[in-house]
Ligand binder design. Structure first.
Ligand SMILES: Nc1ncnc2c1ncn2[C@@H]1O[C@H](COP(=O)(O)OP(=O)(O)OP(=O)(O)O)[C@@H](O)[C@H]1O
Length: 671
């Protein structure tokens, strides 16, 4: 590393015959002589220094200061400036075109940025360790500077005066650091995004029992979706040698799946898990699915239960729907002084799961074979609850008497060695699923994956976007998220006061119902709900933490049955919820993070169907939002303009409603 290279001054080896001491004395004298000369020289230079040189020094100082200032600007703002010009716009879009003209081209900007970086990097610490990506919760922001090392430093630093430079400190080109993903992340097994074009007949997937095939058919499933056709055989293969031992005695590889919303990920784990567990003899908890919310746990539990029907497998949910005691008694019973498990498959939310691990002595995970983490990126973010470490601890808890002696004993996973494989381990396999699975190795590391295998419908390399309106080189984009193929995205420029009118226009005039409409807070959801109700003519409901779990369940059911035209929700319904027949999603409030956007719009265009997603954007939000969506790799977002004339007929009634709304909200507050 050239930054830490110290070239020792060895002196001039003139006379090999001189003794060691006399040679060092001669060297010392020489150095002192040189130092004196330098001192003299610098004194005379100080007196004669032309004003130009001094200003040059000041310039450098100023430049450094400027660079520092610019580095304090948020990274996403810098990128926005360079990339907003490449937004995909399929309608003629004058404001955006003008914006493009005002800005310098992305190429120029990037060049300028790189140059800036090279100046900044001079006194910096080594960059090799900064190759990873930075994430913040839902909003995964990938910063260019963290992936790209400073470019070659071509500018020469001014020769310092007043001291002697020992050795050569010529600026050497610093090598550019590229993001290097581990092989399993960089080269996934590819899943086709086009569901309809890549259906696989269920008879083509081997290893499924006649009972399961019949169940699938009776649920109307004749073909597997691409994600299922890839993942089901992989899970079945890992359990080929039976439940207790991995193939060839090895621990099976963990499986990560990143596939678009609505692509059928649930069946991709439900079917193989049921198939493998069907042959078990003793009832013990062998599969545990962890989901972030009650509603999702309920949904997945329902699917497990429907496919376990007709087998001896028992499915239990731990999500706080029932009292702790009721959940406890559904998990195990005491018979003849012995604990007996009543559950093979447990579907849980992390909080309740940890409660049972810590407080329920009848809950054992010592036989766990499959740990399924759905909405895995979100579950990693909630890792501060340390639910995973508690699960792992419970799995490898030293067994009671017999088990400790048995060949199926368990030990915390360590490196694979001949000794660690003998006797064979009872494996725990992790199965991770998400539409927005993180690629941040640091985050994934928290999961302690064993030789993971990734199935993904996106390539980890940057994808490109073709813009109908421009043939310019596409901007740098991570292009790393899954968008369902049947989805058409729009954004609707609007003002704050026109938003409610727009949503009414969508339902009453454009007949787009059923609409699932997202706001950024439960207060906003409630306010809009009251307003729409007061306006009249629309069957509306709200969905947020204001409602009890029972009311939320009822609301979702009614929405699915078509009794509700407009469901106004917080992000409580943004992830994973599978509601049949949602034609249209409206982001009434623009989402702040790309993950939120992808999950929200993923409530439509599910299972290979088509769907529409509209995002209402205020003028100030446009640039940031479009930049975010383009960078995520959207196949295209179109501008939809609603002309003011279209809203005219509703305005008088709307004004009146606003007044009524103020009174209602005031009343509610006083209550
Ligand atoms: N092979 C299939 N044939 C027909 N329909 C299917 C098939 N597989 C899944 N589906 C249906 O597709 C819909 C979406 O499936 P699922 O909820 O599993 O998607 P997902 O990938 O988990 O979505 P999300 O990422 O939003 O959670 C469900 O209604 C499901 O019943």
């Amino acid at each position: 590393m050239s930054l830490f290279l110290v070239n020792r001054y060895l002196g001039e080896e003139e006379d090999g015959n001189l003794s060691k001491e006399s040679r060092s004395q001669a060297l010392l004298a020489k150095l002192q002589q040189k130092a004196k000369e330098k001192q003299k020289q610098s004194l005379t230079e100080e007196g004669q220094k032309p004003p130009k040189e001094r200003t040059k020094k000041q310039d450098i100082k100023k430049k450094r200061k400027d660079d520092k200032d610019s580095s304090e600007e948020p990274e996403h703002n810098k990128k926005r400036k360079s990339e907003a010009a490449a937004v995909v716009v399929t309608e003629t879009d004058e404001p955006i075109e003008e914006e493009k003209k005002k800005q310098t081209s992305p190429n120029e900007k990037r060049k300028k940025k790189k140059k800036d970086q090279s100046v900044k990097s001079l006194p910096d610490t080594p960059v090799a360790g900064r190759g990873g990506l930075e994430e913040t919760g839902e909003g995964e922001k990938k910063t260019e500077t963290e992936n790209i090392a400073p470019e070659q430093t071509t500018e020469k630093t001014p020769a310092p005066t007043g001291f002697t430079v020992l050795g050569g400190f010529d600026n050497k080109p610093v090598q550019k650091v590229h993001r290097v993903l581990p092989q399993w992340l960089a080269q996934p097994d590819v899943i086709h995004r086009d569901i309809k074009g890549h259906l696989v007949d269920i008879s083509e997937i081997h290893g499924l029992s006649a009972l399961l095939v019949k169940k699938l058919q009776s649920s109307g499933i004749q073909n597997f979706f691409p994600v299922q056709a890839e993942v089901i055989p992989a899970v079945l293969e890992s359990a080929q040698q039976g439940l207790l031992i991995g193939r060839g005695g090895y621990k099976p590889r963990d499986i990560c799946v990143s596939a678009p919303t609505g692509s059928g990920k649930t069946l991709a784990f439900v079917i193989p898990v049921i198939q493998v567990l069907m042959e078990r003899v003793v009832c013990e908890v062998r599969a545990l699915a962890v989901l972030p919310t009650k509603e999702l746990a309920q949904q997945v539990c329902k699917v497990f239960a429907s496919y376990a029907e007709g087998t001896s497998l028992k499915v239990v949910m731990l999500a706080g729907q029932k009292s702790f005691a009721a959940e406890q008694s559904s998990l195990s019973e005491l018979r003849g002084g012995m604990r007996r498990s009543l559950a093979d498959i447990v579907v849980a939310t992390p909080g309740r799961l940890v409660d049972h691990i810590n407080k329920n002595s009848g809950f054992s995970l010592e036989h766990l074979r499959f740990l399924i983490i759905d909405e895995a990126d979100r579950m990693i973010d909630s890792m501060h609850q340390s639910w995973l470490s508690q699960v792992v601890k419970a799995v490898y808890r030293p067994g009671s008497g017999q088990e400790a002696m048995s060949i199926f004993r368990r030990a915390e996973p360590a490196h694979v060695t001949a000794a660690s494989l003998s006797p064979p381990q009872m494996p725990l396999q992790k199965l991770l699923f998400s539409a927005t699975l993180t690629q941040n190795p640091e985050k994934l590391q928290q999961l302690g994956l064993h030789q993971p295998r990734l199935f993904s419908s996106i390539h980890s390399q940057s994808s490109t976007i073709s813009t109908p309106s421009s043939t310019a080189e596409p901007p740098h984009t991570q292009g790393c998220f899954n968008f369902p193929q049947g989805l058409t995205e729009y954004y609707v420029p609007c003002t704050l006061s026109k938003k409610p009118l727009l949503i009414l226009h969508f339902i009453l005039r454009m007949k787009l119902s059923p609409i699932l409409c997202f706001t950024n807070s439960r207060e906003a959801a409630h306010r809009l709900f009251v307003l729409v109700q007061l306006f009249g003519g629309v069957q509306a409901a709200e969905f947020s933490s204001r409602l009890s779990p029972a009311d939320r369940k009822k609301t979702l059911k009614e929405f699915e049955q078509g009794k509700i035209q407009l469901l106004i929700s917080t992000d409580a319904a943004a992830r994973g919820i599978d509601i049949n027949g949602v034609k249209c999603v409206v982001n009434y409030d623009a989402p702040q993070y790309i993950r939120t956007y992808i999950h929200r719009i993923g409530r439509t265009a599910r299972a290979g169907k088509t769907g529409l997603a509209f995002t209402f954007l205020l003028g100030v939000q446009e640039k940031n939002f479009l930049h975010m969506v383009v960078e995520a790799g959207t196949p295209g977002i179109q501008k939809q303009i609603v002309k003011p004339e279209s809203l005219k007929g509703m305005e008088a009634r709307y004004e009146q409603t606003l007044q009524e709304l103020a009174n209602v909200i005031k009343d509610e507050k006083t209550k």
